[in-house]
Design a binder for this molecule. Structure first.
Ligand code: AMP
Length: 280
């Protein structure tokens, strides 16, 4: 992690964003093929360096944060880092607002800079391992990450586009505790051989109800643009990891109650009730 932080730092200050390839992971990369699932290992003994891919609204944050609590590694969402920067009075905030509110991607340089700073803070706190959510989003970001560390698993969460749009429009965030909820009740009939998808709303507890906000980029026009950009810039990242045999494709079967146990099964993980109850 320390070396990854350093190299990210050096990469973000270099205009070419290119540097000597070194293997910096503290653990050897796991030989992983998506068909067989990762080997069953006690979560505590596992050096987790995972990436969550998937379209906007698919639930990367929800599942990555649950797994982060289960495995005891930090969940680092670059979207959260961008929103933190946006809400600060920092010099980049106006520039970022314009980009995010058009549904566009922030430059690789800015995002790597924000990620480096986050990793530095984590390093000071003694963090090890990570679950990255929303990074890498371009092949260039994936190549940079590949140059600085070994990613052992990439989970690609999938839902049909019409469900993604409904989910983004129904997303609500508690402005006080930061938790995500969803007011949409989704019942989509599968077409062209696709399965039906039902998802119950994920409603907030009473103390959050009056504090709910929506993300400024969760409007229909902006979500459609984010989906278009995902298909153009981020789908090639799926191919990048597929070629490395690290991609675990996961079609979400429904909402959290149906999907979470199946995801754990696909990851060869056992549920640890004590830790999970703390994240609900
Ligand atoms: P998210 O919460 O992941 O949907 O991210 C919100 C917004 O932050 C995105 O629409 C982008 O503008 C920006 N962003 C987050 N992660 C990245 C990234 N890895 N590369 C470029 N832009 C990003």
């Amino acid at each position: 992690m320390a070396a990854m932080t350093r190299l990210f730092r050096s990469s973000s200050s270099s205009s070419a964003l290119c540097f000597i390839q070194r293997s910096l992971s503290t653990a050897a990369a796991t030989e992983f093929k998506s068909q067989s699932g990762p080997p069953r290992i006690d979560p505590k003994d596992r050096n987790v360096q995972w990436v969550f891919l998937g379209c906007p609204g698919v639930g990367k944050g929800t599942y990555a944060s649950r797994l982060s609590a289960l495995l005891g590694v930090p969940h680092i969402a670059t979207g959260d880092l961008v929103r933190e920067e946006l809400s600060s009075s920092g010099s980049m905030s106006k520039q970022l607002a314009d980009i995010v509110n058009q549904g566009k991607l922030v430059s690789d340089e800015i995002i790597i800079n924000l990620l480096s700073k986050r990793l530095e803070v984590g390093e000071e706190k003694g963090e090890s391992g990570f679950i990255l959510d929303g990074f890498p989003r371009t092949v260039r970001q994936a190549e940079i990450l590949n140059d600085v560390t070994d990613i052992d698993l990439v989970v690609n969460l999938k839902l049909p586009e019409n469900v993604l749009l409904e989910k983004c429009l129904g997303r609500r965030i508690c402005s006080q505790c930061g938790k995500n909820f969803n007011v949409a009740s989704i019942n989509v009939k599968g077409e062209n051989g696709n399965r039906d998808i039902s998802m119950a709303p994920l409603l907030p507890p009473s103390q959050c109800v009056s504090k709910l906000i929506t993300r400024s980029d969760d409007t229909e026009t902006i979500v459609k643009e984010r989906l278009r950009i995902y298909n153009e810039k981020s789908q090639p990242v799926e191919d990048f990891y597929r070629a490395q045999g690290k991609l675990l494709e996961f079609d979400l079967p429904g909402g959290i109650p149906e999907s979470w146990p199946k995801l754990l099964e696909a990851l060869n993980l056992d549920e640890n009730e004590d830790k999970l109850s703390a994240t609900a």
